[in-house]
Design a protein around this ligand. Structure first.
Ligand code: GLC
Length: 460
């Protein structure tokens, strides 16, 4: 009497989840290999065969707050496609946007169809916003691996995150968009920059916080970019506009594609990979990001149920259906206070698991926690590696993405783990980006315009 029962997952469940727990020894091993991968990506001789590509972005300068103007932006690469109109004035910005769906048949169709669709959405938007008669500069946030040879030239290296359009890999996507716009003939656009969402996130945080040196996405996919010295980015060969720096898009989702993470991957990770549209690619991303997190949990639940450890051994059609356990469930389940299972009860009902017991709830929550913690810990290991490498004493990390935004403990898990893994003399903070993909695109275009103007002023 008077004692609250200790609520713990059953020993067998805990035992089976052990492989999902990455202790600091494992994380430090991962950091060591990751650092090595980053060096390989940066060096000219090893870049072609490197797994972590470290693509130079041709963005050399961070915003200084003086950028102004009216810009269009496109944002492709998450769950939605958006078109935005952004007006920057000193320390202030206004934004209008419209979301368009990218239907599955377009995600898996031809490149020409994809870019025709994008151009059509853009035309609808500029007409609705009554700016069709102005030739506005446009920043294109295209969140896939691009090998760039300039700020407006980007060759798609591979599709990720469920996209697989034909005849795009190897092509310049800026040119493909321009061609689609020309095919329509009803709008005029000047594409000023193509960028990754991590770059947009870094730029949009740097606009407000001048210590920002890293941009991170933990959303549908996962990736990071950071400020590197031009001399270390050996595959980059443009003129230094003064900062001596260049942003590097790591494309860290691919980490592990050579087997480097096999020592921590589980049967669920292998299952996810086998059944994806890009088998054997983006192995670290598949352990971290929102496109896969719910499915990892579902696969574990399915396995444990079939082994008689959950739901009295009786699952449901929905529990056994691929993709039916959404990543947002993980956030919802962990949002309930410990020992409270309001969201989880609803989710179990939704999945036809009315017969779930209190112990099942405890177990399911525990499994969710193991999967989301592992994701946060992998992200933290990557960030700690960058912090240690950069050697700056005070760094802000700008972050965006649905997992970071909506998971109730992701931020704290990251703070705690980065502190354990990074050099203790480095001060860091994690800053949620306000719409990095949209505002960041405008900022990249604006900074490019500012530098151009400054350069012309010096020459005349
Ligand atoms: C995938 C893409 C990468 C992007 C990330 C986050 O990893 O390859 O370019 O930054 O998803 O959206």
């Amino acid at each position: 009497m008077g004692y609250k029962r200790v609520v713990q997952a059953t020993p067998l469940i805990r035992e089976r989840c052990r492989e999902l727990v990455l202790d600091n020894d494992k994380l430090r091993k991962i950091m060591e290999v990751f650092l090595n991968n980053v060096h390989r990506g940066l060096r000219k001789d090893t870049h072609p065969t490197s797994i972590v590509k470290c693509f130079p972005t041709y963005v050399q300068d961070l915003p200084n707050g003086t950028e102004t103007g009216k810009f269009l932006a496109l944002d492709l690469g998450g769950t939605n496609f958006r078109v935005l109109l952004i007006e920057l004035s000193h320390e202030h910005f206004e934004m209008k946007s419209k979301i368009f769906a990218i239907p599955q048949h377009i995600m898996l169709g031809s490149g020409e169809q994809l870019f025709d669709h994008i151009a059509e959405c853009l035309a609808i938007f500029v007409k609705e916003e009554r700016v069709a008669d102005q030739k506005l500069p446009l920043g294109f946030t295209f969140s896939f691996p691009l090998s760039q040879t300039g700020l407006t030239v980007g060759y798609l290296e591979r599709w990720t995150k469920g996209f697989n359009c034909s005849n795009v890999v190897g092509n310049d996507v800026v040119q493909m968009l321009n061609e689609a716009i020309d095919r329509r003939g009803d709008i005029q656009i000047e594409i000023c920059a193509i960028l990754n969402d991590t770059t947009g996130t870094l730029m949009s945080c740097a606009w407000k916080n001048h210590n920002t040196r890293i941009g991170l996405i933990v959303g549908t996919g996962s990736n990071a970019c950071y400020v590197e010295k031009q001399e270390n980015a050996e595959t980059w060969n443009d003129v230094d506009m003064g900062s001596g720096n260049v942003l590097i898009n790591l494309e860290w989702g691919a980490f592990g594609d050579d087997g480097a993470l096999d020592f921590v991957r589980t049967e669920y990770d292998e299952d996810i990979d086998r059944n994806s549209v890009n088998p054997s690619k983006q192995k670290q991303e598949k352990m971290i990001s929102g496109m896969y997190m719910g499915e990892i949990v579902r696969l574990a639940l399915e396995r444990f149920t079939k082994d008689g450890l959950l739901f009295g051994g009786k699952g449901s059609d929905m529990l056994f259906e691929r993709g039916r356990f959404y990543t947002k469930y993980v956030s919802e389940i962990e949002s309930d206070p410990p020992g409270v299972f309001n969201n989880l009860r609803d989710i179990c009902e939704e999945l036809g698991l009315k017969h779930a017991s209190e112990q099942d709830y405890i177990n399911v929550r525990y499994i969710c926690e193991c999967v989301s913690r592992r994701s946060a810990h992998l992200v933290s290991a990557g960030l700690a590696t960058l912090l240690n490498k950069m050697g700056e004493k005070k760094v802000t990390i700008g972050i965006d993405g649905s997992v970071y935004r909506f998971h109730p403990h992701f931020h704290n898990l990251m703070m705690e783990k980065i502190k354990e893994l990074a050099d203790p003399s480095i001060e860091f903070d994690l800053m949620l980006s306000e719409d990095g993909s949209g505002r960041g695109a405008a900022l990249v275009a604006a900074v490019a315009a500012r530098l151009q103007k400054e350069k012309q002023a010096v020459q005349t």
